[in-house]
Every structure is written in structure tokens, then in C-alpha cells.
Design a protein around this ligand. Structure first.
Ligand code: PDD
Length: 281
């Protein structure tokens, strides 16, 4: 598999970074995961804009213009056989003697790889997935897509240990998001999602889902969702670049609504499938 590291395309197994990279020492970096359908990145502008915001928040210089990123990502995609891919882009502050303070004039480390995109199975779409709840014990800048993911890793493992697919996070009695996904709630025909804030990652899929739903005349509302509203939902969905949109049909072992993917999910899932690929011709 071919990856990209600091200006060079090379086999993944040959890509090496110095042990003093601040990404390794401090988790001092940001990343993006971009889904690619028929060799075309979905919502690339949104991903590159979020990358810029994450870099700005960490005060890391963006090593490439959007046009250059687009070119490099295109080259990486062209080096892989499958038409549907998942591109990982990662920028760290760079390599320096260990010191918390930012070293001056550091060249950022840029790494990219691409894997075949593995979207949810037919069974997961048809039956939905299980989720558990967990306490959101992350920091107060969850809007930054940082590679420092220890809390998310530990929270995701709670789901795995319970035989579930995702951990739905609650902070101070309110829904935030999932360990690696945004969460939508449907009640009485209205789609609700936590508003964008420093407590959640502004998902690119979140925006896409809201656009698709609004375009289809469905009512969407960004508003705080309490734990009791979460537990009384008719439908729960999770969204992410790689999992697209999936119905959560059990939460902490109890059925969500009727315990099967609901009618609103089916609509939004069909819309997603119809719009994720570049238009032909
Ligand atoms: N994660 N919230 C968190 C904490 C996430 O890690 C992700 C995605 C999302 C959804 O964002 P998007 O729709 O832009 O993928 C929300 C990626 C896929 C990952 O870490 O692999």
C-alpha cells in the first residue's frame, strides 16, 4: 500500500517518522477521514475547511493550500485499486526535542494513507446496531479533530466490551455525540441533533444528513437533547464518514422505539445512498 509522507509517495511499510515527532510524544496533531466513492472524495471542501479550523486552533501552519491538498489526495487515490476508499490525512506540529512549549519554525509532519472503504454491512443497515451510553469525560475542545484520541479510544472500548457498535456520550445529563460519530434523535417525526459547539465534532456527515433531510422536506432541529429525551427517542442514528448513517436499535440493551430501523432512517439512508457518488455524465 502506498502512502504519502512529507512530500513523498512510498510504500506504507517503508514510511518512518522520528520518535520525537510531537504527534507521538504529545498527540500534538490533527487529522481527517475522507470517504471516497468512485474515486471522488465526498464533501472534500468541508473536510479541508475543518482541517484548516483544527490547524488554526492548534496554531499549526497549514502546510498546503486547499488546491494542493486536492491534488495530493487525488494522486493518493489514483495509486490505489479500489474505487471506494477512505483517505486518512494527518498533520502534526513536527519533530523537536521534547518540550511542551511550541518550538519555533517547525516544519509540520504530513502523512496520508488510503484504505478500501468498508461501509456498514447489509445486516447492520437492515437490523441496526447496538449502542451503550457512557460519560463524556473528554476535554472542552471536542470541536478540534485532534489525533489525541485517548478518551475516545477508552469510550469506544466500552461499546466493544459490551458487544455493541458505539458508545453514546452524555455530559451533564445531555447528549453530546458518539465516541467516533455524531448522534441524531428522531421524536414524533422531528429530527433533532445537538447543536455545534466546543462539546462535539462538527461532522461533515452531520451537515450532509441535515442538508439531505431538509431538502426532502423533513424537519430538523439543532437543540440540546436530555438523557430522558435520548432514552425516549423513536429512532436514534449515528453518522460518520465511514459508517455513513446507521440506526441504533438498542441502547444499553433496551430497544430504541420499536427496536428496528425506523421509517425516517430508511428515508435518510436511501437519500444518502442516492447522493454519495459523483453524478454520472
Ligand atoms: N471520526 N464525532 C467524532 C468524535 C468523530 O470521531 C467523528 C468521525 C465524527 C463524525 O464526523 P464525520 O462525519 O466528519 O466523519 C463525530 C472519524 C471517522 C474517525 O475518527 O475515524
Amino acid at each position: 500500500m502506498i502512502c504519502y509522507l512529507n512530500g513523498e509517495f512510498l510504500p506504507l511499510a517503508e514510511a518512518k517518522i522520528p520518535v520525537l515527532d510531537r504527534g507521538l510524544i504529545f498527540g500534538d496533531g490533527v487529522y481527517e477521514v475522507i470517504p471516497v466513492y468512485d474515486r471522488t472524495p465526498l464533501r472534500l471542501d468541508g473536510h479541508l475547511a475543518r482541517l484548516q479550523r483544527s490547524l488554526d486552533a492548534l496554531r499549526i501552519r497549514n502546510p498546503n493550500t486547499a488546491a494542493r491538498w486536492t491534488e495530493l489526495i487525488g494522486e493518493l487515490i489514483a495509486k490505489h485499486e479500489t474505487a471506494d476508499q477512505s483517505v486518512y490525512v494527518h498533520v502534526t506540529r513536527g519533530v523537536a526535542k521534547r518540550d511542551h512549549a511550541f518550538p519555533k519554525d517547525l516544519a509540520p509532519t504530513v502523512f496520508m494513507m488510503s484504505n478500501p472503504l468498508s461501509t456498514p454491512s447489509v445486516e447492520q443497515v437492515e437490523r441496526g446496531v447496538a449502542a451503550v451510553t457512557g460519560t463524556d469525560n473528554r476535554w472542552f475542545r471536542c470541536d478540534i479533530k485532534s489525533t489525541a484520541l485517548l478518551a475516545n479510544v477508552l469510550l469506544r472500548q466500552l461499546a466493544i466490551d459490551a458487544g455493541a457498535a458505539e458508545t453514546v456520550l452524555l455530559r451533564d445529563g445531555f447528549l453530546t455525540e458518539g465516541s467516533a460519530a455524531n448522534i441524531f434523535v428522531v421524536k414524533d417525526g422531528i429530527i433533532r441533533m445537538p447543536p455545534k459547539s466546543h462539546l462535539i465534532l462538527p461532522g461533515i456527515t452531520y451537515d450532509f444528513i441535515v442538508e439531505l433531510a431538509s431538502g426532502a422536506g423533513l424537519q430538523c432541529e439543532a437543540s440540546d437533547v436530555s438523557e430522558s429525551e435520548l432514552r425516549a427517542a423513536d429512532e436514534l442514528w449515528l453518522t460518520s464518514a465511514t459508517r455513513e448513517v446507521l440506526a441504533i436499535t438498542t441502547l444499553d440493551g433496551r430497544p430504541v422505539g420499536k427496536g428496528v430501523p425506523g421509517p425516517m432512517f430508511r428515508r435518510i439512508h436511501a437519500l444518502y445512498q442516492a447522493h454519495k457518488r459523483p453524478k454520472k455524465g
